[in-house]
Design a protein around this ligand. Sequence first.
Ligand SMILES: [Zn+2]
Length: 440
Amino acid sequence: MIFGFGKRRDDDDDDDDEDEEEEIDLVNFQGAVNGRSADLQANARLVQSALIPTRELITDALQKRAELVKVEIKGEKGQTSYSVDGMPRAGSRMPKQQAVAITQMLKVLSGLDAKLKGKHQVGGVKAEFEETKYELTVDVAPQPDGTERLSVRIRNMKLKLDTPIDLGFNEATRAQIRELTSHRHGIIIVCGPPGTGVTTTLYAIVRGIDVYLYSIYSIADTGTRELINIKQFEENEGDDLEASIMRMMREEADVVLVKPIRDAEATKQLMSVADRICIVSEMSAKDAASGIWQLAEWSGNKQLASEVIDASYSTKLIRTLCTKCREAFRPNPKLLEKVGLPPETKVLYRKGEPEVDEKTGEEDPPCEKCDGTGYYGRVAMLEIIVVSDSIRKLIASGATPDQIKVAARSEGCLTFHKDGLRLVAEGKTSLEELQRVFKA
Ligand SMILES: [Zn+2]
């Protein structure tokens, strides 16, 4: 009964046209990620009062395509907020009591200790909505005023941005990946702050390798991703990174995918074998040049670092225009020149604005697809530094990230700006959005 279908309450929308409200199915929760079964019986009262509101809150977030929903207590109210395509938005308010109950309910559903308060807890719950599976990461953090803040990160398990084509890699970039991995030696890294598509880009690169020519092994935690034609390698207990890679080499691996590089120890071990095998990994760094610099620092041997680092990729996410409501316009030559687009560009797109009815002066309802934001989804912009002979010399001499960046630009490497302009020219995003991303 409890896990059946329900009707969405009309509590937060400005949808005043009640006649048109359809009955919709609510999200179904399918167990904690940690496998601990939710004791719904022991929490019968909580379930009674909070399960439906919890399902409504998450359903609403899923319908908005939110990747994050938060509930915070402010005075006597619970304030919800969402993040859609990386943009925060305020949501509805609810009585404090309900916000507390929803937080407790999500703790139970995600296998956390509901009785424990005042301690940071993180868990996960599987969910299904409209035949799509999701994984929700539930994070409950104590606040200075004694309340708890609930954050639910939503991951759509169906979204596949895993091949170079999906990611928008052009043919030149794909050819470059094939060329780099064909050397059978050297380190290729993907850099970026967490949550910016770094791991997605990493897998895209791996998938861009010709699996019929090269055997690819992985000791990275691939989570729920399915990696076709990549051998997941079992590490021996007690083996370090270098020992594991040596074992993969004995099995004739050409390319290995390793866990994110986080310290000097891992860097040194990777560099000691990188002359004999191609290593692909990710790291947290501001941009491609900073990643190269960091590896050189960690290696303790800049000469060796300069010899084995072959390429550094970095990604930045940018929102894509809603194709249902985007507006085409003919750019004037001055604008094209100013932003650096070719003068022959005939058409660009910008975010659609709701039409105003001439008679009544009222705005048309916002676009249904994007909820009037003008954007729908995100795509990764790429920056790529392929380490040339002159950049190798710079690395060996202890150059700063900025010096590496300047050299790479003068050699015509792909920059975020160039890649972003390509997306603008293709009508995938707008100049305004490009500007916003660079200001942030
Ligand atoms: Zn739209």
